[in-house]
Design a protein around this ligand. Structure first.
Ligand SMILES: Nc1ncnc2c1ncn2[C@@H]1O[C@H](COP(=O)(O)OP(=O)(O)OP(=O)(O)O)[C@@H](O)[C@H]1O
Length: 613
């Protein structure tokens, strides 16, 4: 029996073959059904988009907030405005047939239709501007347009400050805005075009879902952006016959187009693309920077005239177009504030979690330590530890303040005491001199070089102090100042004790009115600086209200049977009273310094408490 089929068992090979046809791929077609009623009810979005018969684009609707730009370029009169806006209406109320509609009208209609069927509310805003002679003017401004500044910041890139952004909700409203802008745009007639645009015009639609935060005044809405750019045409002034203002406009147009071409050339070079692109060279390149070198989707429409006369310009436009189509961009949706918020919240949550973990571990450590102790006392101490610590800190602070007050009080009392002691010295000296002058003269005496007093017969004077050791001048036998008595501290108020703060015994200290002695002098118990002397002298003068001179010059003698009068008008009894008052004051000052913080009253100069001479 004959075996059917091939030796390897492939039944297809065993069949008889006819003539072979051409290799044909398997036909695969894709059919996307429309959204079901249930899906639409749930508010679901379509994630696939058929753009043409052979292209299907999967996408997430929320992530496609791209910045898209369509711009037309070409020679003047080549049909750029026509391409974007279609022919002008043939008369009032005569609509332009849909087949002649421009890219703008078609896009507007498509967009409004999509928005209506989107299922979620979308807000739409429009702005319209022109760049005329390098000035940005608002074509939708409420008043007459005025030049607006172009600014830059990190989040928005280049933008026009104070540009009016108008919200619209219908196709009709948008068409009105378009007509308003077109009617305001500058145009003039020249040889090649009866209605030649003399400015670059940019109409921008901002599209965003209403779930985003509302737009503040003067703010540009976040979300998708669709920008229509109608460039003014390049023109050869010789060909258009432009003169005067037209020529100025033509120059400005050509300059900005040149800057645009330069940027495009640099963007073509992948090495230069990362480096500096001179977008700042013109307002036009600033406002197109995002579309050309940024993260947008760009469509360029090159327009040319079929006329042979325009052939060189046509070739130039084609070269321009050829260059431009090699520029690549990397479309990227801008992050909305809502998109940033979850990130921020996430970071915050992570930080809080870390902090929480740390606190928990600290708490568990404290529990561990606490468990090592027992008894209610320890537990109470732990509970109240924080409160106790606070109390200690407050108490410590209070004591610190008190201590510093006491220290300043002590310093003040010391100063006061020092000044009063000086006053005592001075008054003693004056009292001594006055008493001496009051004695009747006992005969002529030689002039006294010690200059403590004039040279009357001084050797008969009674002792100046109660101690028996009163010193007399070795030349004239006049009594020396009280300070010179070696046992002086025994009969003066004990201010510092036997020793003053500087360690020098009071008996060895010269009085403050003595001028500084020469360094190294054997008579000088302690070197006194000139500033010490000046300070003391000034103090003494303030306190005694009289001039104090270093050598104590002779005092004028008063009339017979009267008390001697000092230059300041002081008499002996007055001086004695004053001396007593000073001594009292020293004592009270010391007591106050030991016991009380300084008061406003005690900070005053001690001389104010002295009785007048
Ligand atoms: N596709 C077209 N079909 C019919 N007419 C057209 C077409 N394109 C342009 N035109 C006509 O050509 C003339 C010039 O067109 P348009 O004003 O759009 O040129 P343009 O490039 O914008 O010029 P310009 O740069 O000077 O503003 C207009 O009268 C316009 O109606």
């Amino acid at each position: 029996m004959e075996e059917r089929g091939s030796p390897d068992g492939d039944p297809a090979r065993s069949l008889e073959q006819g003539p072979e046809g051409p290799e044909t791929p398997i036909q695969v077609v894709l059919r996307v059904r429309p959204m079901s009623a249930a899906e639409l009810r749930r508010g679901e979005q379509s994630a696939v988009h058929c753009s043409g018969t052979r292209t299907l684009q999967p996408h997430t609707p929320a992530a496609r907030s791209f910045s898209c730009t369509i711009f037309t370029f070409g020679q003047t009169g080549s049909g750029k405005t026509y391409t974007l806006t279609g022919p002008p209406p043939q008369g009032e109320g005569v609509p332009v047939p849909p087949s002649l509609a421009g890219i703008m009208q078609r896009t507007f209609a498509w967009l409004l239709d999509r928005v209506q069927h989107l299922g979620t509310p979308v807000s739409l805003h429009a702005s319209y501007l022109e760049i005329y002679n390098e000035q940005v003017l608002d074509l939708l401004s409420l008043g007459s347009p005025r030049p607006l500044p172009v600014r830059w910041n990190k989040t928005r890139g280049f933008y026009v400050e104070q540009l009016r952004v108008v919200e619209f909700g219908s196709l009709g409203a948008l068409m009105e805005l378009l007509q308003m802008g077109l009617s305001r745009r500058r145009s003039s007639a020249h040889t090649l075009n009866q209605a030649s645009s003399r400015s670059h015009a940019l109409l921008t639609l901002h599209i965003r879902r209403q779930t985003m935060p509302p737009v503040g005044p003067g703010e540009h809405p976040a979300g998708g952006k669709l920008c229509f750019v109608d460039l003014a045409g390049s023109e050869k002034v010789a060909a258009t016959g432009s003169r005067g203002e037209l020529m100025l406009e033509a120059n400005s147009i050509n300059r900005s187009l040149l800057a645009l071409g330069h940027c495009i050339s640099l963007l073509l070079d992948p090495r230069r693309k990362q480096s500096h692109i001179p977008f700042r060279d013109s307002k036009l390149t600033k406002l197109l920077a995002d579309s050309l070198g940024g993260r947008g989707v760009t469509l360029m429409v090159a327009c040319v005239s079929p006329s042979a006369q325009c052939l060189p310009e046509t070739l130039s436009t084609l070269r321009y177009a050829s260059r431009a189509q090699r520029v690549t961009t990397r479309p990227q949706a801008p992050k909305s504030p809502m998109a940033k918020q979850p990130q921020r919240l996430e970071t915050e949550i992570l930080q809080l979690q870390a902090e929480n973990r740390l606190l928990r571990s600290q708490l568990s450590q404290m529990d561990l330590k606490a468990s090592e102790f027992s008894g209610t006392r320890v537990a109470w101490a732990q509970q109240n530890l924080y409160g106790m610590l606070q109390e200690f800190m407050l108490e410590n602070e209070r004591l610190r303040k008190e201590k510093s007050q006491l220290q300043s009080s002590r310093d003040l009392a010391r100063d006061e005491q020092r000044v009063l002691a000086q006053q005592v010295h001075e008054l003693e000296r004056r009292l001594l001199s006055t008493c001496y002058l009051h004695q009747p003269p006992l005969g002529p005496a030689p002039p006294c070089p010690c200059a403590m007093v004039p040279a009357p017969s001084c050797h008969v004077l009674p002792p100046l102090c109660s101690c028996p050791c009163c010193h007399l001048c070795p030349l004239c036998r006049a009594p020396l100042a009280h300070w010179a008595c070696p046992r002086r501290e025994l009969h003066l108020p004990q201010v510092f004790g036997p020793k003053a703060p500087d360690g020098i015994p009071l008996s060895a200290r010269p009085p403050p009115w003595v001028p500084p002695c020469s360094p190294g002098s054997a008579k000088c118990p302690r070197e006194r600086s000139h500033s010490d002397w000046t300070q003391t002298r000034v103090l003494a003068e303030i306190l005694t209200e009289e001039e104090v001179v270093p050598s104590a010059p002779p005092l004028p003698a008063g009339p017979p049977n009267t008390s001697p009068v000092l230059r300041g008008g002081a008499t002996v009894p007055n001086l004695a009273r004053r001396l007593e008052a000073l001594r009292d004051q020293i004592g009270s000052s010391l007591r106050r310094g030991r016991s009380q913080p300084p008061t406003h009253e005690s900070k005053r100069s001690p001389s104010r408490a002295l009785p007048p001479c």
